[in-house]
Design a binder for this molecule. Structure first.
Ligand code: GLC
Length: 595
């Protein structure tokens, strides 16, 4: 199939290749020297990433020469999610790696996808869909820099971010992990986020955190937005819609790329040698390493794990994320045994093993963790700091999109006499943060310390004379001069967020109608991971704000609601008017009222 790459794209590709090649080659001599000393067991060990929950005995890190450990969304330290618990937890695994014969340091990975979101008290940013609404690339770079400092403050040097998906169908539960459905906008944010985490060049400075562009490729294009589903299109379309963010991220120096669960035209991405090796590593010259998703290789051949191992490694995967420990099928000990056998049988070449290990070691040298894995205590102390929260607050402010503002009700006066606040979400940090917060799926209520709910922010913002009525069910609106109604989605992540319809719930519509019946103007705030069909809610609201999933800094909302800052957010994707995908959108990409 002839790919029609324009001249300009060809020049960009050439620039990408040369730049990427330069970026990591400076350590190749050290890598070659170390590689020459390594046994096959030690090499295969580097290619294995095990979830912390699967390592009942941390000494397996030493025993099997493991190259990486991760904490998936629910794999937290046994003694809790405090900063110190995480620091102790990560250090224990690292000590095991450093006690091996060659003392190759461990690379610990975590889903810091909107701040260091697994850690209690960390700064939690708006999810990417809200960052996309800011259109502020430098702000997102700064946000990722803060995230890098907080991640490094717990001894971790690898974030599974940025997610540079281009979600096409908002029924997908991961829509909010995408900056936009516009390829060019996502490409711009891919660069900003990568440089924020890694800075312009990966270096030994301890705040440099390895970025991981994900999920390659076409995760946002599955039929009907079904998570881990099938993306059906020709290669030219795949390249046009989903490849540019990776070209941009590689040019920005991204050191790792996570492969996607989805299939392309019926074949699992984790087995697609043409895309993983010929395109990513060959054509684009990607010099970092490819990591699988969580037990994703198991899906290649569900009846034969060894065949899945063979096909994924030969397709170009360099490191395999394995959540299963002893006692479970497809566990990391089985993986190691299978891969050793495949090499012995000549089904996986020594050259492929050496290429994978070279890529992994290249990054570890570039990060400087051979010199030191020490954690700078100043970074630990910076976690959840006022300075960090101020950056997140600015992200919230700039992420808000004003969809309606009848009679210019907004901004509200800080001297308003009686303000009713309705909807349980007004005082629910978990709903404000969404999924991937402390727990994989997030949760309702006070899920983390140090944050500010919208209600708390209102109390800090309005005058002492203002009477605030908090009435979750809108049962008490007596004499309200205005009502703030908070509605939206409850936390979810990945496939748990897949929906077959996108209506704002009947309960939320009823709550807004009840508020409207009071006769006071209604300012509706929607917490959601995607545009929803608003039905009567928009008509019953005097003003309507799309707030996405803003995170811990609720003061960013009141900064704009009460006029200290203007609305500047713009829709990062069309807002549908109905379930009919071909219908004219309610609001177009780029829409956003100012006041
Ligand atoms: C998940 C996600 C991926 C995440 C990984 C580790 O299933 O697909 O985005 O980084 O597993 O938690």
């Amino acid at each position: 199939m002839k790919n029609t790459i324009t001249i300009a794209a060809g020049i960009l590709l050439a620039a990408t290749m040369s730049h990427a090649a330069l970026l990591f080659s400076e350590h190749d001599k050290q890598v070659d020297t170390l590689l020459a000393q390594m046994t096959l067991d030690e090499k295969i060990g580097q290619m294995v990433q095990v979830d912390s929950s699967a390592l009942k005995d941390t000494t397996d890190v030493q025993k099997y020469f493991l190259g990486s450990v991760l904490s998936g969304g629910t794999s937290d330290p046994a003694d809790g999610n405090s900063v110190q618990s995480w620091l102790k937890f990560v250090t224990e695994f690292q000590e095991q790696a450093l006690s091996t014969r060659l003392k190759i340091p461990l690379l610990y990975g975590i889903d810091a996808v909107h701040g260091h979101n697994n850690v209690d008290g960390a700064t939690v940013f708006p999810h990417n869909i809200g960052l996309g609404a800011t259109r502020d690339l430098d702000l997102v770079r700064r946000a990722e820099r803060v995230t890098a400092e907080e991640v490094a403050g717990t001894g971790i040097r690898w974030a599974f971010a940025p997610c540079i998906t281009v979600p096409q169908d908002a029924h997908w539960g991961r829509t909010y992990e995408g900056f936009s459905d516009d390829t060019e906008l996502v490409s711009q944010f891919a660069v900003a986020a990568t440089i924020g985490l890694q800075r312009k060049k990966i270096s030994t400075e301890p705040t440099f955190v390895l970025a991981c562009a994900k999920h390659f490729i076409g995760d946002g294009g599955t039929t009907d937005g079904i998570d881990q589903g099938n993306t059906v299109c020709n290669e030219a379309t795949l390249r046009e819609k989903y490849l540019p963010p990776y070209i941009a991220a590689i040019k920005a120096g991204v050191g790792s790329i996570m492969v996607s669960y989805n299939s392309w035209n019926g074949e699992k991405m984790h087995g697609q040698k043409h895309l993983l090796t010929d395109v990513l590593k060959g054509e684009l010259g990607f010099q970092g390493f490819l990591v699988s998703d969580w037990a994703a290789i198991d899906q290649i051949n569900t009846n034969d794990y060894k065949n899945s191992v063979e096909r994924s490694i030969n397709a170009g995967l360099d490191m395999i994320m394995i959540p299963n420990g002893a006692g479970k099928t497809n566990n990391y000990i089985e993986f190691i045994g299978d891969l050793k056998s495949l090499v012995a049988e000549g089904k996986v070449s020594q050259a492929r093993i050496d290429d994978a290990v070279t890529r992994i070691l290249r990054i570890k040298f570039a990060l400087g963790i051979f010199e030191s894995t020490a954690t700078d205590s100043k970074l630990t102390a910076s976690i959840g700091s006022p300075e960090h929260r101020a950056v997140a607050r600015e992200c919230v402010r700039k992420s808000l999109v004003l969809l309606k503002n009848q009679k210019n009700i907004l901004p509200l006066s800080k001297k308003i006499r009686t303000l009713a606040v309705v909807g349980a979400g007004a005082d629910d940090l978990g709903m404000q943060c969404g999924g991937w917060t402390i727990d994989w799926q997030g949760g309702r209520g006070n899920v983390t310390h140090g944050g500010t709910t919208l209600l708390a922010a209102i109390k800090q913002t309005v005058s002492p004379e203002t009477k605030i009525i908090f009435s979750p069910d809108a049962g008490d609106l007596k004499n309200a001069d205005a009502v703030i109604a908070v509605v939206g989605e409850h936390p979810y992540a990945e496939m748990k967020g897949d929906r077959v319809e996108l209506n704002l719930s009947a309960e939320d519509c009823a709550l807004i109608a009840k508020a409207k019946a009071s006769g006071a103007p209604v300012v509706t705030i929607l917490f959601s991971g995607r545009p929803l069909l608003l039905n009567s809610a928009l008509a019953d609201s005097t003003s309507f704000v799309a707030a996405w999933l803003p995170g811990t800094e609720g003061l960013g909302l009141t900064d704009v609601l009460f006029g200290d800052h203007k609305f500047t957010g713009k829709l990062p994707r069309n807002w549908p008017a109905s379930a009919d995908k071909s219908a004219t959108p309610q609001f177009q990409f780029g829409y956003g009222l100012k006041h």
